[in-house]
Design a protein around this ligand. Structure first.
Ligand code: UDP
Length: 239
């Protein structure tokens, strides 16, 4: 059973359980997709029914940050722990490398996915990179075809939310991959073009603040965080 936070149903799993579920989806017939919503995405879903359907239609819905964890606790239905997309992705890559499985990297500005592929290969020599494509394309079908031809087992879809969720819901089955993971800006981190907050900030639930200091232009997007907390409080009162 999923835990409802303002309409988005989150899977109540630890990171270790999330990785097990991800790997089992990877080994199952058909296409499956994973999403990692943060409060900003939850707010987007509240305003956009199609985004809500794409997020809730995922096979695994993981709380990306501390905001969702706090929201779930305030609503009296706590989630086990935060399972940031980038960390989930790193674990999946490690497991895939151990099994010699192949990964396709889709998204970010031209050159970023290639750099991310190079860095991941260096770190995990067993990993097979099936292919890469930047995230600024006009038509889906040539990209879908490229993934299908590559024979990738898994695709990291990093187009930003809710674009990546729509993309996976619509195109997942046609890619032939068994697992697609919507991971926002993760390719920029794997490529080293964007730095992740140091451990101290992550451990103290301050990653969002670190990112805001590094990229002040995110302030508009981040205003959704206080809005999320207001909506959680309203929901709590209703309960
Ligand atoms: N992006 C993309 N295609 C688009 C829009 C965005 O590939 O049409 C990429 C963008 O270059 C970045 C990622 O999607 O690499 C989104 O990053 P963001 O910081 O918004 O994601 P977050 O990690 O905050 O969810």
């Amino acid at each position: 059973m999923r835990i409802d936070v303002l309409g988005v149903g989150f899977d109540n799993v630890t990171m270790a359980e999330a990785v097990e579920r991800g790997m089992s989806l990877l080994h199952s017939e058909g296409a499956h997709y994973v999403v990692t919503p943060n409060p900003e995405i939850v707010e987007t879903c509240r305003e956009n029914a199609a985004a809500m359907a794409a997020v809730n239609g995922a096979d695994l819905v993981l709380p990306d940050g501390i905001g969702v964890i706090k929201g779930a606790a305030m609503l009296g239905t706590p989630l086990k722990e935060k399972t940031p997309g980038i960390e989930f992705a790193a674990h999946i890559v490690e497991r895939m490398a151990g099994e010699g499985l192949s990964l396709y990297l889709l998204g970010a500005k031209p050159g970023v996915a290639e750099q991310a592929a190079e860095n991941l290969k260096k770190k995990h020599p067993g990993l097979v990179i099936a292919g890469t494509h930047d995230g600024y394309f006009k038509e889906d079908s040539p990209v879908v075809e490229d993934i299908r031809q590559s024979g990738a087992d898994c695709v990291f879809v990093c187009l930003g939310a809710p674009k990546q969720e729509f993309w996976m819901a619509k195109n997942g089955p046609a890619t032939g991959a068994h697992l697609l993971c919507g991971l926002g800006g993760s390719l920029d981190v794997f490529a080293g073009t964007v730095e992740r907050a140091p451990k101290f900030w992550c451990d103290h639930g301050l990653e969002w603040f670190y990112r805001l200091c590094k990229e002040p232009k995110r302030i508009g997007r981040m205003m959704k965080l206080p809005l999320f907390l207001v909506h959680v409080k309203q929901e709590k009162r209703k309960k």
